[in-house]
Write a protein that binds this ligand. Structure first.
Ligand code: HEM
Length: 401
């Protein structure tokens, strides 16, 4: 399967990486590749994959060599870009702009704010669970819980009234799939206009929400520009929804095969946190994101010229046997937060406390309410083929009393 490129780096065929069985389960491929080396070049492209833990960690910690600045446009799975007003910020920025934006958003998006939100998050989960079909009936936990939960939470954080939640969900899924066609582009523009309208309204009458906080956030007398606030709102939708949906789905997918774990978690809720961390490691919701080298450098014994595109494979790094004993076994006794599922360094996930809180409260409510969780008779459906995110499009389960 592997060869060496002219620079001596192990090489993988693009065909291997786009094969359906790679998307079903990429980990055996990563394991075979890792035996050849931690940094692999993709034949016929200028891309390298970073699949070793230490190497991924190194890249994430050295933004002065490995830049995040690159494609700002949001490109859908169909390859079509969203309208120009929708530009990603922060995650596609290097210092100094990254430092400035992150400083401003950090002030608005604090862990204390997330803690204050916890009763609300629990109430959203309880309302969604109350609508589940009763008895021994199958339900799609993705449609009924894991998709609506993060969208509702983000909308509320931003200050979108519950009455507008439906529209907001439609817009955010338009954004996520970014399938254009005039109707889709129209929806995105509608959303931009809505956020700009909300911003104007909050400037006139400040409220206790993130849009107000972003409008007011100031460092050295400098405020965010409107286009940056729009970009940040869009980033929160893109970065915060699908990822959290996938984390909760991946957790329930593990539990659907492990009635023993469901019972243990029910009896001892202190295990919920290690369970979440192990799911993040074992089946990382974000599998990879790009960087580009600013200077020539050597990584994992491979020379990378300036301008080399690389993909940091968080999911592969989290299965590296050099960092985790028995990496393919799901274990609750590992050292917490050693994984890179939320990245590390200056781009470390801003929403990690929120994602963890949503996952914890969702599981806690389900464990309170249901004695067992089983796989439904309908087959689960993995998300569309993506190298970036990993989760379920449909996950049928049966929840028993
Ligand atoms: C389980 C859920 C989540 C996962 C696995 C995840 C994963 C990640 C990862 C790997 C990064 C680092 C990107 C990089 O290295 O370039 C990141 C950054 C980011 N995440 Fe998350 N994320 C999750 C949930 C959220 C949520 C709920 C929000 C917000 C509501 C959020 C907002 C962000 C933002 C704004 C950044 C960019 C930070 C920066 O560039 O400084 N994420 N996330």
């Amino acid at each position: 399967m592997t060869d060496r490129d002219r620079a001596g780096a192990p090489q993988v065929d693009l065909a291997t990486l786009v094969a359906p069985d790679f998307f079903d389960d990429p980990y055996p491929t990563y394991a075979r590749l890792r035996e050849q080396g931690p940094v692999v070049s993709v034949a016929g492209t200028r891309t390298h994959l970073v699949i070793g833990f230490d190497e991924a960690y190194h890249v994430l910690r050295h933004h002065e060599i490995y830049s995040s600045a690159g494609e700002r446009r949001i490109v859908g799975s169909d390859g079509v870009a969203a309208p120009d007003a929708f530009q990603l910020v922060l995650i596609t920025d290097d210092p100094p702009r990254h430092t400035r934006l992150r400083g401003l958003v950090n002030r608005a998006f604090t862990p204390a704010r997330v803690r204050d939100l916890e009763p609300f998050i629990r109430s959203v989960v309880e309302q969604l669970v109350a609508q589940f079909a009763r008895g021994e009936r199958e339900l799609d936990i993705v449609a009924d819980l894991t998709v609506p939960l993060p969208v509702t939470v983000i909308a509320t954080l931003l200050g979108i009234p519950p009455a507008d939640g439906g529209r907001f969900k439609r817009w955010s899924s338009a954004l996520i799939s970014a399938q254009q066609g005039s109707a889709r582009a129209g929806e995105l523009m509608e959303m931009a206009a809505y956020i700009m309208g909300a911003l104007r309204a909050r400037r006139a009458a400040p409220a206790e929400d993130l849009i107000t906080a972003l409008a007011a956030a100031e460092i050295d007398g400098e405020r965010l520009q409107d286009i940056e606030i729009l970009g940040l709102a869009v980033l929160l939708l893109v970065a915060g929804n699908e990822t959290t949906t996938n984390l909760i789905g991946n957790m329930l997918n593990v539990l659907a095969d492990r009635p023993d774990l469901w019972a243990r978690l029910r009896d001892d809720r202190t295990l919920i946190e290690p369970f979440i961390e192990e799911t993040l490691r074992f089946d990382s919701p974000v599998q990879s994101l790009p960087r580009v080298t600013l200077t020539e450098t050597v990584l994992g014994g491979v020379t990378l010229p300036a301008g080399t595109q690389i993909h940091v494979c968080y999911g592969a790094a989290n299965r590296d046997p050099a960092a985790f004993a028995e990496p393919d076994t799901f274990r609750l006794d590992r050292e917490l937060s050693r994984h890179v599922a939320f990245g590390t360094g200056i781009h470390y996930c801003l929403g990690a406390p929120l994602a963890r809180a949503e996952a914890r409260l969702a599981l806690d409510v389900l464990l309170d309410r249901f004695g067992e969780l089983r796989r439904g008779p309908t087959a689960a459906l993995r998300q569309r083929a993506s190298h970036i995110v990993r989760g379920f499009q449909m996950l049928p389960v049966v929840l028993g009393e």
